[in-house]
Design a protein around this ligand. Structure first.
Ligand code: APR
Length: 228
C-alpha cells in the first residue's frame, strides 16, 4: 500500500498539486518546504507548519483510512502501509507499523543535526517562532523531509523491500511526481506484483497500473477492502 496526499483529502487536509486547492498552487514550495527557505525566513516557515499542524490535529481519519486499518487487522502480517503523508491519520485510524517516507509534521527536530550536546533538550527549548535550544541556540524545525533532503534511509529500505515482496500494490492518492516514493510502483511491478491505482485523476505513474480505479479513497477503499 502506497499512499499520498489524496488519501487525506476527504479528511480536509489539502493536497499539494491539485489545481487551485493544492498547497503548491498557493505557496512557493522552495520558500516553505526547503532548508534554504527556512534559513531565509524561519518564522514564516515555522508559522506555516504550525498552522498546518493545527489543521491536522483538528481533522479525523476518513472512511478510507478506517477501511485500510480494518483490512490490515483482518489480515495480520499481510498488509504493509507506506505513506508520503506527514499527518497521523493512518495511525489514528488504527494502522500499525506505517512506514513514513517524508517524516512527521507533529514531530520537532533540530536544524543543525550534528550540533547537539547532552544539554540540548527539545522539551526545554526557548519558545518562539521557531523555538530555539536554550543551551546552544540551535533552531527547532518540523520533522518533515524537505525538498532536496534525503529520505530516512531505514524507512526507504523497508518500503523498497515491501515493494519487491508484495503480491499486490495498492497506490492511493498520489500524483506520482515525487521520487523515490513514486518509483515504488515500478519496483513492485518489475518484481511481479499487480499494481492497482485509486485516484480520481490521471497520475504520472498510471502506466505502472494493471488496474486503474477512478474514484476517491473514502469511497473506493471501503468498497474494495470491506470483507463483511
Ligand atoms: N482520493 C484519492 N486521490 C485523490 C483524492 C481523493 N479524495 N483527492 C485528490 N486525489 C489525488 C489527486 O488527483 C493527485 O493525483 O491525489 C493526488 C495528490 O497529489 P499531490 O498533491 O502531488 O500529493 P502527493 O503525490 O502525495 O505528493 C508527493 O510531494 O509536495 C511533496 O512531500 C510532499 O509528500 C508530498 C509529495
Amino acid at each position: 500500500m502506497l499512499t499520498g496526499a489524496g488519501m487525506s483529502a476527504e479528511s480536509g487536509v489539502p493536497t499539494f498539486r491539485d489545481a487551485q486547492t493544492g498547497l503548491w498552487a498557493n505557496f512557493d514550495p522552495m520558500q516553505l518546504a526547503s532548508e534554504e527557505g527556512f534559513r531565509a525566513n524561519p518564522s514564516l516557515v515555522w508559522d506555516w507548519y504550525a498552522s498546518r499542524r493545527d489543521k491536522m490535529r483538528a481533522v479525523q481519519p476518513n472512511a478510507g483510512h478506517v477501511a485500510l486499518a480494518r483490512f490490515a487487522k483482518q489480515h495480520p502480517g499481510r498488509v504493509g502501509i507506506v505513506t508520503q503523508n506527514v499527518d497521523d491519520l493512518h495511525q489514528r485510524a488504527g494502522s500499525e507499523g506505517v512506514i513514513r517516507l517524508h517524516g512527521d509534521i507533529l514531530q520537532d527536530t533540530w536544524l543543525e543535526r550534528g550540533r547537539c550536546t547532552p544539554s540540548c533538550d527539545m522539551a526545554r527549548a526557548v519558545p518562539g517562532s521557531p523555538p530555539r535550544c536554550a543551551a546552544c541556540g540551535n533552531l527547532v524545525r518540523p520533522g518533515v523531509v524537505w525538498f532536496g533532503e534525503m529520505l530516512p534511509a531505514d524507512a526507504l529500505a523497508q518500503a523498497e523491500s515491501l515493494a519487491e515482496r508484495c503480491d499486490v500494490m495498492l497506490v492511493v492518492g498520489t500524483s506520482g511526481s515525487v521520487y523515490p516514493a513514486a518509483g515504488l510502483a515500478h519496483r513492485a511491478r518489475r518484481a511481479g506484483a499487480k499494481v492497482m491505482i485509486v485516484n480520481p485523476e490521471p497520475s504520472e505513474i498510471d502506466d505502472e497500473a494493471h488496474v486503474l480505479l477512478r474514484g476517491t479513497a473514502a469511497h473506493l477503499l471501503p468498497a474494495l477492502l470491506d470483507m463483511n
